[in-house]
Design a protein around this ligand. Sequence first.
Ligand code: 6PG
Length: 245
Amino acid sequence: MSVRLRIVADLEAITAEAGEIVASAAAGAVSRTGAFHMALCGGRTPEGLYRALAGPLSPRIPWEKTTLCLGDERRVPEGQPESNAGLVRRLLLAPLEKKPAFLAPDGASPEGDRAASAYETALRASLGEVPLTLSLQGLGDDGHTASIFPSSPALTESDRWVLAVPAPTTVPPPIPRITLTAALLTRARFVLLLISGASKKEALARMLAPQGDELSCPARLIHRCQGEVTVLCDRASFGSASPEG
Ligand code: 6PG
């Protein structure tokens, strides 16, 4: 499936367009299958989208038919600032009256493999044979996405949907992670990457290049996704002189 690139002015424009994409994907999924499954990412870029989903966009999301899950998690208790589950509960879930189902790995568990297996079991029970509707992802300065870092086994794993992986050495925070594997992410009906800021310019260029090596730039997995991929980036990250359309 081809990759659709959208270059917009700034992070605010990314958030606005991402909100429309999520609302449209949710409506389509519920009318097709009766359910909307969305994987969420951590980091700073999606924060505005999570606030918008809990606020002005909330009436447009069928929360009672929605299951949210995490594309990756840092292995810390939810109360710590690095926790992605903590971020989602704080910005998105807490303000909602109608709460969606939310699946997340146990970041506090001292046994990463056991936590990853338990999360995979919960995901398989929830999804069944239906792929994720939408996988929301970011791009790290080192070319990672989710917590699939350069040379990660999560890139080439073909059976498991979830793996515990070591702390990255290429980007902070140096915390062991649990991540969805490329095997699951590349089957999503929609993949939406939100990319903002000049620090992403080099990784974005490596990700979008016609040729490249996935092991050194795992976000290049977007080129083998089965669904529709939208790369939503701002002028600062793309380095263009002006935004398109
Ligand atoms: C995480 C994310 C990670 C993130 C990128 C970009 O747990 O950190 O899932 O993959 O999307 O690192 O992060 P920013 O949005 O902060 O640039």
